[in-house]
Structures are given as structure tokens and as C-alpha cells.
Design a protein around this ligand. Structure first.
Ligand code: PAF
Length: 282
């Protein structure tokens, strides 16, 4: 397994491997790897000859500097973890200055409203930071395919929009959410939950499943109100938002249409740890 921290060296190495027929897959991560990431890496390996995994805690996507400070950095164990899947992986783990030089700021993008709701509303400029770093990684690695988890479903839509707007010839592959045995969506943040609360956080997925059931009979507004009431009674969890929206555009549901796909999105605080999840409703 090769580890690069210099983009020039990575580009040089990739040039020795690639010809027009070599397919390159990229799995961008911020490290603190868990089974969710591994499922992305496995999928990338199954579909490409060369797979690059980037490990980079991107400062521009954190609106809350405390959250950035607390973000776990576990490079050594991440490398061991990746090695256990394949010795052939190429790892890119740059320093901040390598990607941003002295200008640690986000570019401005227009995402047709995808970035102004939910995560975009509660985490100022988050998606500009995500898009900035992902575009940088795409320009360095020039992958044919890039892999993102559906846990960050809004991010997945935004990356698809980024590729569409910048006309980069990259296929964006969304991969299903991997869950802990109790249903909690896998996330690096779960490690920050005390064991008892981590068990109880099963309520998030259970609520989404109930919402899916109710959505078959009731309007989106009624289902969202039901979720709010349910969380009002959960003293250990603070609901930040529940949103039922059109899956492709994130527009609110006006009148349910048979052919339109809908998804429920939720963000909850547990002991100061922000947890997100989502579920397809039809
Ligand atoms: O999903 C993440 O881990 C990050 O947002 C990403 C895509 C690696 C960009 O920093």
C-alpha cells in the first residue's frame, strides 16, 4: 500500500499506472474509518483497477471550529484498517497547506437550492467547503468513479451537481448506509457517544422506519409533526430537524405523486453529538 502526502508525487505515480483503459476509483474520506467507509472502498475495488482513498480532515467544511478540533484523527489505525482490505490501495493524506496553500477558504458555487436546506441551513457554508475540497481531489486524482455514502444524502446530491456544473467526466456512485446492529447509522461521531446513549440512539432509525410506514397513509406535514412530538418526549435527544422532501431535488412535498421518490431526513443532538440519518420512503 502506498501513502502519499504530496499531490505532485501522487499525480506522478498515477501517471505511471494509468493508460486510457485504466479505471480509477476515488473514495474521499476524513479518516476515523468505520465499516461504512470500508463498504465504499470495497465497492471501489470491485469496480476499478486503481483505487485511491483520500484521508483529509477538511477545515473549510466545519462551521463550528470546536467540532473541527474534536474531529478524531486516527491515521495509523486507518492505514491498518485499509491494509487489511487490500495492499494495492493508494492513500492520499495531505497536510492542509498541500491542498489550500495559504488560502484556507471555500469557493463559491451555485447548487440550485440543494445547499440551502437541512444541513446547508444549520451548518453555514458547510457544502461550499465540501465542494471545494472534493473538486480539488477530483482535479488531482482525475478518477472515473467516486464513491460517497448515502448517510450524507444531501452531500451526495451536491457532489452530483458539482460534477454536472463543472462538466467533470466522473461518475458519482452513492452507496447504501451501513448501520450498527441496533440500526444507528455508522458515523465517526458515534464513538463520542457513551455506550448507553449509543444503544438508545436506535430511536433515530426506529423513528424513520415508523415515519416511512405513516407516510403511506398520511401527509408529509402530519408525519413530520408526529416525529417532532415523538422527540419532544425524548429527554436525551434534541431534534434539530425532520424533513420529508423530494429525493432528487430536496423540494418540499406539496402533494404526493405516485412517480416521485421521497425521503425523510433527520438531524438529532445526543449529548452534544450531532447525528444525521435518512430513509427512502417509497
Ligand atoms: O463525507 C465526508 O467524509 C466529507 O464530507 C468528504 C466528502 C470526504 C469531504 O471532506
Amino acid at each position: 500500500m502506498l501513502l502519499f502526502s504530496s499531490k505532485k508525487e501522487l499525480i506522478g505515480h498515477l501517471a505511471t499506472l494509468k493508460n486510457d483503459a485504466t479505471s480509477v476509483g476515488l473514495v474521499p474520506t476524513m479518516g476515523a474509518l468505520h465499516k461504512g467507509h470500508l463498504s465504499l472502498v470495497r465497492k471501489a475495488i470491485s469496480e476499478n483497477e486503481v483505487v485511491v482513498v483520500s484521508i483529509f480532515v477538511n477545515p473549510t467544511q466545519f462551521d463550528n471550529k470546536d467540532d473541527l478540533k474534536k474531529y478524531p484523527v486516527t491515521l495509523d489505525s486507518d492505514l491498518e484498517y485499509l491494509k487489511s482490505i487490500s495492499e494495492e490501495l493508494i492513500i492520499f493524506a495531505p497536510e492542509v497547506t498541500e491542498l489550500y496553500s495559504n488560502n484556507i477558504s471555500s469557493k463559491d458555487y451555485k447548487f440550485d437550492g440543494l445547499d440551502t436546506t437541512m444541513e446547508g441551513k444549520f451548518r453555514a457554508n458547510h457544502f461550499l467547503g465540501v465542494a471545494t475540497v472534493v473538486e480539488k481531489l477530483f482535479l488531482i486524482v482525475k478518477p472515473h468513479k467516486a464513491y460517497f455514502g448515502e448517510k450524507d444524502f444531501q452531500q451526495l446530491l451536491i457532489i452530483k451537481k458539482l460534477v454536472e456544473k463543472t462538466k467533470m467526466p466522473i461518475e458519482i456512485i452513492g452507496c447504501p448506509i451501513v448501520r450498527e446492529p441496533n440500526g444507528l447509522a455508522m458515523s465517526s461521531r458515534n464513538e463520542r457517544l457513551p455506550k448507553e446513549l449509543r444503544d438508545k440512539a436506535a430511536v433515530i432509525y426506529e423513528t424513520l422506519l415508523s415515519a416511512k410506514h405513516l407516510f403511506g397513509m398520511k401527509s408529509a406535514d402530519k408525519v413530520m409533526n408526529w416525529v417532532k412530538n415523538k422527540f419532544d418526549k425524548q429527554s436525551e435527544f434534541d431534534l434539530e430537524y425532520i424533513n420529508i422532501a423530494e429525493q432528487e431535488t430536496l423540494k418540499p412535498v406539496k402533494r404526493k405523486q405516485q412517480k416521485t421518490k421521497y425521503r425523510a431526513f433527520i438531524a438529532v443532538y445526543a449529548n452534544g453529538v450531532r447525528l444525521i440519518d435518512n430513509l427512502a420512503l417509497n
